[in-house]
Design a protein. Structure first.
Length: 285
């Protein structure tokens, strides 16, 4: 991909982490979850609900704005009912008080956290390393809520490690979050992962001319994947990887088309594996 990568090998693997996170979270007849106005998680839950016949409720951060943007319009077209929380209340969405109010309004619901990251999501994402063909030393992914990294690291074979690239500014909380998710899913924390905080480019969905040029050059998505790939390339240039290192970069997300309403990897309803709670709220500290 780049002459600067001559000392290492970088392999791109496309994977729909949204589908993996939902795989063991679905099965209730009514699912409520949270997200921003352009949340891919909101779209994924809405699409799964339409396909598999369960009710979906999307709790959106901020005030309602009409007409709906294309992302929320797609969710609504799937049958998702949209409701809104002001930003102050949204920050407290994990609290018993806010969740009790939501249950009072919407009845018997399964509540999934923002981004879908909980113990069940970790179990789903842990299946990814076993599906990667070929040998590799390091696997890299973008990190928003921590569930994908927590699962990937838990599923790695012995001797391999995972690096997550935070897409948020001020994301020091992610170390504790990834550890919490692993502990809730498996009762232990692995030491084979780390979170790099240096490539957020100003914060979530923020960019710079440098990142814009990189994303345009390699034609990748810029909110998550572009930041992760730029970080990988830059660390290679700095000599952070030994010559000959084989790196797998996970291109997360799945192409979504409002015109077709299709994801290329279906999300299937599965019963939650025993031994963990798939409904615990995520708490940003």
């Amino acid at each position: 991909m780049d002459p600067a990568l001559a000392s290492v090998r970088v392999f791109l693997v496309r994977d729909d982490n949204k589908a993996r996170k939902l795989k063991y979270n679905l099965g209730h007849p009514r699912v409520l979850t949270f997200g921003g106005a352009y949340s891919g998680h909101i779209r994924a839950v809405a699409a799964a609900g339409r396909r598999d016949g369960f009710e979906t409720i999307g709790v959106i951060r901020g005030e309602e704005r009409l007409p709906l943007n294309s992302s929320l319009a797609y969710a609504a077209s799937c049958g998702m009912r949209l409701t809104y929380l002001d930003r102050g209340t949204y920050r407290l969405k994990h609290t018993p008080e806010v969740q009790a109010a939501l249950r009072e309004r919407w009845g018997d619901v399964a509540i999934l956290p923002e981004g879908g990251s909980n113990a069940a999501a970790v179990r789903g994402c842990a299946e990814l390393p076993g599906e990667i063909g070929g040998d590799y030393d390091v696997i890299c992914c973008a990190v928003g809520t921590g569930g994908t990294l927590a699962g990937i690291a838990a599923g790695l074979p012995e001797g391999r490690r995972a690096i997550g690239f935070a897409v948020l500014k001020g994301a020091g909380f992610l170390d504790g979050e990834v550890a919490r998710l692993q502990r809730e899913a498996y009762g232990r924390v692995w030491s084979n992962w780390s979170v790099n905080l240096d490539y957020h480019f100003g914060g979530y969905a923020r960019s710079t001319p440098v990142l814009d040029d990189f994303v345009a050059k390699y034609r990748v998505e810029g909110v998550y994947v572009g930041k992760m790939l730029y970080g990988v390339f830059d660390l290679v240039r700095q000599g952070a990887f030994q010559p000959g290192t084989r790196i797998v970069a996970v291109v997360t997300g799945e192409p979504w088309s409002p015109a077709t309403g299709q994801f290329s990897t279906p999300v299937k309803v599965c019963g939650a594996p025993t031994g963990f709670d798939s409904g615990d709220p995520r708490c940003r500290r």
